[in-house]
Design a protein around this ligand. Structure first.
Ligand SMILES: NC(=O)c1ccc[n+]([C@@H]2O[C@H](COP(=O)([O-])OP(=O)(O)OC[C@H]3O[C@@H](n4cnc5c(N)ncnc54)[C@H](O)[C@@H]3O)[C@@H](O)[C@H]2O)c1
Length: 271
């Protein structure tokens, strides 16, 4: 099977499409021949809109945006209606929308005992319950039609704890802590993946987690150096490291694979 035509005729849905990785998944799906419905809280604009239509005229016609919040099930049902009206029945679902907290003075920092309830609740609601709701709406439609592949975007922090030493050069009081609810939410995503793989196995819908490691982006030099030193392959992930695993899980290349977590982290969780 050729990767550039592996998804011809398929309709993919990507949540959090305007974010960093949402754009990476979308471009890869378009290039592999799928039509894509992108969902996000905010419209693609400026460089994001340009990026999402940068694959050429033909691909940009196959990309449709719909504003939707993964914490709102009724809104997700509207998005499914839009998908059926303007594209087709969904056959691939990438649950990518997520919130995290970067280490910065603007985002604030707390000791563990003082992390505000509303911060933890928001992370769990979007990252974990948001995946559940989106699966209830789009995944159930796939199961009813007897085919589909769901890819839930997890994180290596669903498996290992963040290393506080990555952040100890950042001058914040109290010192920066990665939100404790982040790893909780991602471990929950992996559990939901197994639950749905069992539920929908007989209906022809496969469900897997893709768990990226740290992706090279706007991190400071000291963080990058400490992080890379901790990765067996000696570097952070680049965007191109992620697209092959996504297309593998989305397409029939993985037709007998369900309920797994594919970690794409250069070996980070091995030691
Ligand atoms: N970037 C990384 O290094 C990394 C590593 C591992 C896992 N991940 C995971 O990959 C996914 C994407 O990460 P990213 O770096 O692209 O993040 P990002 O912040 O760039 O993008 C997230 C997108 O989700 C959208 N979003 C947030 N709340 C939403 C909601 N309620 N409904 C709909 N959309 C919503 C945001 O508007 C944004 O466009 C997340 O699930 C994240 O946890 C990222």
């Amino acid at each position: 099977m050729r990767a550039d035509s592996a998804l011809t005729g398929q309709t993919a849905v990507v949540t959090g499409v305007c974010g960093r990785l949402g754009q990476v998944w979308t471009k890869a799906l378009l290039r592999a021949g799928a039509d894509v419905l992108g969902l996000d809280l905010r419209e693609p604009e400026g460089p994001v809109a340009k990026e999402l239509s940068a694959c050429g005229d033909e691909e940009s016609r196959r990309f449709v945006f719909h504003r939707a919040d993964v914490t709102d099930r009724a809104g997700l049902r509207d998005a499914l209606g839009h998908c059926l009206d303007v594209l087709d029945a969904p056959t691939v679902l990438v649950n990518n929308a997520g919130i995290d907290q970067p280490p910065s003075a603007e985002s604030g920092s707390w000791t563990f005992e003082n992390v505000p309830d509303e911060r933890s609740a928001a992370v769990l609601d979007v990252n974990a319950a948001g995946v559940l709701r989106t699966c209830q709406v789009f995944g159930s439609d796939m199961a009813g039609r007897g085919r589909g592949s769901v890819i839930n975007i997890g994180s290596m922090y669903g498996t290992v704890a963040p290393d506080p030493r990555f952040y100890d050069h950042i001058e914040l009081t109290p010192p920066f802590l990665k939100p404790p609810a982040y790893g909780m939410s991602k471990a929950g995503v992996a559990a939901l993946t197994r639950y749905l793989a069992v539920l929908w196995g007989p209906s022809g819908v496969r469900v897997n987690t893709l768990a990226p490691g740290g992706v090279l982006g706007g991190q400071d030099a000291a963080f990058r150096e400490k992080f890379a030193a901790r990765v067996p392959m000696g570097r952070m992930a680049e965007e191109e490291d992620l697209t092959g695993p996504l297309l593998f899980l989305a397409s029939d290349m993985s037709r007998y694979v369900t309920g797994t977590e594919l970690t794409v982290d250069g070996g980070f969780v091995c030691w």
